[in-house]
Design a protein around this ligand. Structure first.
Ligand SMILES: NC(=O)c1ccc[n+]([C@@H]2O[C@H](COP(=O)([O-])OP(=O)(O)OC[C@H]3O[C@@H](n4cnc5c(N)ncnc54)[C@H](O)[C@@H]3O)[C@@H](O)[C@H]2O)c1
Length: 321
């Protein structure tokens, strides 16, 4: 198959590029390196079936051109950080909403077989009931979540209006190798970097806010289930483990797994504005429709990730700086 992966030089996208390139599919990675990095895909550049295009999903003509010869589009390109969305709401809107609209419109014009859109659990806002199923109201309190709601609903509108085959994947938090560990990074990467560098993890507020963490290998497996599913399905699909973990427990688990118990404690600072309090997935649709089941419990994923980080994390970061 010929696959386009937008945001393919980012954390999740680079794992998809790697899997499908190594399986022999034709893979095009489109990325403008807003938060992605060439180092995430440089090992694929020697493969003749892998093509990297530096470009922007906000550019409709480019998107249309790049999509002219592909079977399936994995659309992941986005401004993904909640904090950055407070500072740059316009950028967040332009990339996440208008960029997605460009992908959908080009897919419609080119009659693309399947579009797989990376939505997020952040669309739900704080849980009104748990676990959160796909019928939960969409109450995101921040520009990032609002932009993802708009894009998620545009995907749905294209399925209803034009009969297109667009899958809407609502992932809860994903972690693993290549997730950024500085600035606008992922909490597990940031905690791991700090703890292994003998700096305590920082908790915003009391640390009792909860999330549901999926290891990257299970997220890649989820994408593959969707790619191989050969019927249409237009409703959103949650992907998460159903296990609720508070940030303070997460920090303490990482302190233990890094062997730093006794030398540090998490530090509390002022809460973040509008931070979602509670997110836990009900992923029955993913299980029943697609046969997806996560293989990693949190501890196993953390152990795998911390091993990777000790071997490559610091080195990768130094090269990226
Ligand atoms: N990481 C998570 O926990 C998580 C959870 C749910 C959903 N998602 C979604 O998954 C997708 C990928 O997230 P990620 O964690 O890999 O983040 P990431 O920041 O590593 O990847 C996003 C990629 O998109 C690229 N990009 C940004 N703007 C672009 C533009 N205008 N044109 C082309 N490329 C652009 C970035 O450079 C980056 O490589 C996002 O859509 C995100 O909303 C992520």
């Amino acid at each position: 198959m010929k696959l386009l992966i937008t945001g393919g030089a980012g954390f999740i996208g680079s794992h998809l590029c790697e899997k499908y390139t190594k399986e022999g599919h034709g893979v095009i990675c489109l990325d403008n390196f807003l938060s992605g990095n060439l180092l995430n895909v440089r090992h694929l550049l020697d493969y003749r079936n892998f093509k990297l295009i530096k470009g922007d999903v906000r550019d409709f003509n480019l998107v249309e051109k790049v999509m002219s010869d592909v079977d399936v589009v994995f659309h992941l390109a986005a401004q993904i950080h909640v904090d950055r969305s407070y500072i740059e709401p316009q950028l967040t809107y332009d990339v996440n909403v208008a960029g997605t609209q460009n992908v959908l419109q080009a897919a419609k014009m080119l009659d693309i077989k399947k579009v797989i859109y990376a939505s997020t659990s952040e669309v739900y806002g704080s849980a009104q009931y748990v676990p959160i199923d796909e019928k939960h109201p969409l109450n995101a309190p921040h520009p990032y979540g609002a932009s993802k709601i708009a894009a998620d609903r545009m995907c749905y509108a294209y399925t209803q209006t034009y009969g297109m085959n667009v899958f809407i994947l609502r992932f809860f938090n994903i972690f693993g190798p290549r997730q950024r560990d500085l600035g606008y990074g992922g909490v597990i990467s940031i905690f791991t970097r700090r703890i292994l560098s003998n700096m305590p993890p920082i908790l915003y507020g009391n640390g009792l806010q909860t999330r549901d963490y999926t290891y990257i290998k299970d997220a890649v497996k989820a994408y593959d289930c969707v790619l191989k599913y050969d019927k249409p399905y237009t409703e959103p699909i949650n992907f998460g483990t159903g296990h609720e973990v508070s940030i303070i427990d997460l920090a303490n688990k990482i302190i233990d797994l890094c062997g730093k118990r006794g030398s540090m404690e998490p530090v509390n600072v002022e809460p973040r504005i509008g931070e979602v309090k509670r997110l836990i997935a009900r992923a029955d649709t993913a299980r029943e429709l697609l046969g997806w089941e996560p293989s990693y419990v949190l501890e196993n994923g953390l152990t795998d990730f911390i091993d990777w980080y000790k071997k490559y994390g610091f080195e990768e970061r130094l090269r990226m700086e």
